[in-house]
Ligand binder design. Structure first.
Ligand SMILES: NC(=O)c1ccc[n+]([C@@H]2O[C@H](COP(=O)([O-])OP(=O)(O)OC[C@H]3O[C@@H](n4cnc5c(N)ncnc54)[C@H](O)[C@@H]3O)[C@@H](O)[C@H]2O)c1
Ligand SMILES: CC(C)[C@H](C(=O)O)[C@@H](O)C(=O)O
Ligand SMILES: [Mg+2]
Length: 372
């Protein structure tokens, strides 16, 4: 029986995770079951256990076949040293679980194009995948810190510094993920960097080109500067198939791509590593954070987290049949017009404006019975 570790975190994390878990519970039957463990992470874990990623939480996540993650982050913990901030739990999980690629799926069909802040004529038919490197770059490279500036004209000021760095092997492994995904899709890869300014990006561009030339000559590779890519993702998102970027540019472009759908509450991401035997096969999450402005009010959109559960079924539990059912149920509920506040439009009738719980109920109602 596979084991799923549920890590709710804080803010809207527990609210959306509860809906995703309820969907998974509804799938239980003769052909499907799972063991579940639920462990604290983030600010709540820090308050209870003195660390945002307690050893027991990391151990449970490592031992599970897959992790379903809510969200972490709380400004009340902003004053803590970096190592104790809730967000460090995410970085620690990525490193500890060997996850180095985030795959965020963005699809917009005719029924959901009206939700976009952009014109439906621009976004209808968008089907793109953002592959983001997750373990390197300015996020983790050292040195980083704060000190007294030595260089004029600001000598004597406090200064903060981070290092941008990629080793060729780090670029190669995530490039393979992106090329393989492109080969299985429409065969186009957009690699994003700032090779006009950054040495790290010059290496990135060279390595991605080599991986393409040596292993994926059938995939059409185009290099983009990050600023231009951000603009094109908004102006003509249908032109993209797979977008590959480093950790920092990928963080930003993942959210730019997400909001094309209408809300950061809609898409989901699969965080994957090499899938070594005996190690968790991935962490799955919605694209959003803790959204404390709406937490505890039954206002969060649970769709992203429910889609994350579908990605978990597809990528970690090898159950594409169940993943398809969950994704179809989400689309059916949206097509029926159910709307949380973030995706309601002025025309949305009052009876279809719902909260987190009712949106989850609508999706579970739409789950086709097994065998259909
Ligand atoms: N994976 C994660 O756990 C993760 C990801 C991003 C940000 N964060 C953290 O979350 C905290 C808040 O970050 P932020 O404000 O930049 O981003 P956020 O995603 O939490 O919120 C941005 C905006 O989107 C809205 N929103 C987000 N998710 C929504 C949903 N499901 N339904 C409806 N509306 C939704 C929020 O109300 C807010 O207006 C920070 O501490 C940040 O570090 C965590
Ligand atoms: C909260 C933060 C550390 C995280 C990141 O920057 O990776 C978030 O923005 C994300 O996209 O998952
Ligand atoms: Mg982010």
């Amino acid at each position: 029986m596979p084991c799923i570790a549920f890590l709710p975190g804080e803010g809207i994390g527990p609210e959306v995770l509860a809906q995703a878990r309820a969907v998974l519970e509804d799938l239980r039957g003769p052909g499907f079951g799972f063991d579940a463990v639920e462990v604290p992470v983030g600010a709540v874990a820090c308050d209870a256990h003195g660390h945002p990623l307690p050893q027991a939480t990391l151990a449970a996540a490592c031992a599970a076949d897959a992790v379903l993650f809510g969200a972490v982050g709380d400004p009340r913990h902003d004053h803590l040293p970096r190592a104790l901030r809730p967000e460090q739990a995410i970085l620690g999980l990525r490193r500890g679980l060997g996850l180095y690629a985030s795959l965020r799926h963005i699809r917009i069909d005719a029924a959901t194009a009206v939700l976009s802040p952009l014109k439906a004529s621009v976004v209808q038919g968008v089907d793109l995948l953002v592959v983001r490197e997750l373990d390197g770059d300015v996020y983790t490279a050292t040195p980083k810190g704060q000190r007294i500036a030595a260089e004029e004209p600001f000598a004597g000021d406090a200064e903060g510094f981070d290092s941008m760095r990629y080793a060729a092997g780090e670029v190669q492994r995530v490039a393979h993920v992106a090329f393989r995904a492109a080969r299985a899709r429409r065969g186009q890869l957009a690699s994003v960097d700032k090779a006009n300014v950054l040495e790290t990006s010059r290496l990135w561009r060279q390595v991605v080109s080599e991986v393409g030339r040596d292993h994926y000559p059938d995939v059409q590779l185009r290099h983009w500067y990050a600023d231009n890519a951000a603009m094109a993702l908004v102006a003509s998102p249908r032109d993209f198939d797979v977008v590959l970027a480093g950790n920092l540019f990928g963080d930003i472009l993942s959210d730019v791509a997400s909001v094309l759908t209408g809300s950061i509450g809609l898409p989901a991401a699969a965080l994957l590593g090499d899938g070594e035997p005996g190690r968790t096969r991935g962490l799955f999450e919605a694209g959003h954070g803790t959204a404390l402005d709406i937490a505890g009010q039954d206002r969060a959109n649970p769709v992203g987290c429910i889609r994350a559960a579908a990605l978990l079924l597809r990528h970690a539990l090898a159950r594409p049949d169940l993943a398809d059912r969950v994704e179809a149920a989400v689309l059916a509920a949206l097509a029926q017009g159910w709307r949380t506040a973030d995706i309601a439009i002025p025309d949305t009738p009052a009876h279809l404006r719902v909260g987190t719980q009712a949106m989850g109920d609508a999706i579970r109602q739409a789950l086709a019975p097994a065998g259909n």
